[in-house]
Write a protein that binds this ligand. Structure first.
Ligand SMILES: O=P(O)(O)OC[C@H]1O[C@H](O[C@H]2O[C@H](CO)[C@@H](O)[C@H](O)[C@H]2O)[C@H](O)[C@@H](O)[C@@H]1O
Length: 274
């Protein structure tokens, strides 16, 4: 079992530093598509079976393990079985809420979310959203999924601008993703969440792994952190659905299976370093 080689010098430097000073490292992961395989119904998403055991082992050997997700933090904990990982922190809703040591802290949702909740079904009907279009109500955000329609890409195209207009009229922003458009509060993204977390923990290395467009902000944050002396390694959990992340990553692995392999390789490498 050998660790893969990052294709950039910056990534290789970060991996070396992670292995030589693991207690100064922050390991950060997206949830869906990275730790959890993509499934048709978002309510069925669960962590890859090898992920939690590997995170449990890694959490004992690194500075911090953090999940940065578009899910509500408590939902990611429950779907992922993440409460089994000692010391893990879960930043949900792109960083708006936080789960740590069994405690979930979350702000009040803005009024715009309530209004969008009311109007969204009518909008979908008015614009002829095809059968299989599904609204995920996340409390602080609403996500319109098309994965279970006959033609998910066309359904997304049909709905993209009406959803953007609805979001804007209620002070929300749209977050595009894998067969989904989310209408969510502005003012937070995965990059801000990751940057703040690394500052809070004082890490000298950060690894961030993601699979979707919302993870690009976290990749940007890794770039900013490098400018401030923090070594950074970006990992793409590769898929046929999103090319933009793979183009920017220091390392591309084969979906959640590949992420689970990487975790196992990191764990083995850290164990052999003593
Ligand atoms: O930031 P993440 O943890 O990656 O969450 C992003 C969105 O993931 C979920 O949707 C995605 O995964 C579903 C389950 O595999 C899949 O059916 C869907 O097509 C994907 O877009 C989740 O439902 C969203 O709320 C998250 O924002």
């Amino acid at each position: 079992m050998t660790l893969p080689h990052p294709r950039t010098d910056a990534g290789a430097t970060a991996l070396r530093r992670l292995l030589s000073a693991p207690f100064e490292a922050v390991l950060a992961f997206d949830f869906d598509g990275t730790l959890a395989p993509i499934v048709p119904d978002p309510r069925d998403a669960r962590a890859h079976p090898r992920v939690v055991p590997e995170l449990v082992a890694l959490a004992r050997r690194v500075g911090a393990v953090v999940i940065v997700t578009g899910r509500p933090a408590d939902v990611a904990v429950s779907y992922g079985g993440l409460d089994g990982v000692d010391g893990i922190v879960v930043l949900g809703h792109y960083g708006l809420d936080r789960w740590e040591n069994g405690r979930h802290t979350t702000p009040e949702p803005p009024a715009g979310v309530r209004d969008v909740r009311e109007e969204l079904p009518h909008l979908l009907e008015r614009f002829g959203a095809p059968e299989g279009t599904w609204i995920e109500d996340k409390g602080h955000a609403l996500a319109v999924h098309t994965r279970r329609t006959a033609d998910p890409d066309s359904a997304l195209e049909l709905l993209r601008s009406p959803l953007a207009a609805l979001a804007e009229s209620h002070g929300l922003v749209v977050e595009p993703g894998r067969m989904v458009v989310e209408l969510r509060p502005p003012g937070m993204d995965k990059g801000t969440a990751l940057g703040r977390f690394v500052a809070e923990r004082g890490g000298s290395t950060v690894l961030y792994a993601g699979d979707d467009l919302g993870d690009l902000a976290a990749f940007d944050a890794v770039g900013d952190l490098r400018g401030r002396g923090v070594a950074g390694l970006t990992v793409c959990s590769g898929s046929t659905e999103v090319a933009a992340l793979a183009e920017r990553a220091d390392l591309v692995v084969d979906g959640p299976d590949g992420v689970a392999d990487l975790l196992a390789e990191l764990r083995a490498a850290l164990a052999s370093e003593g």
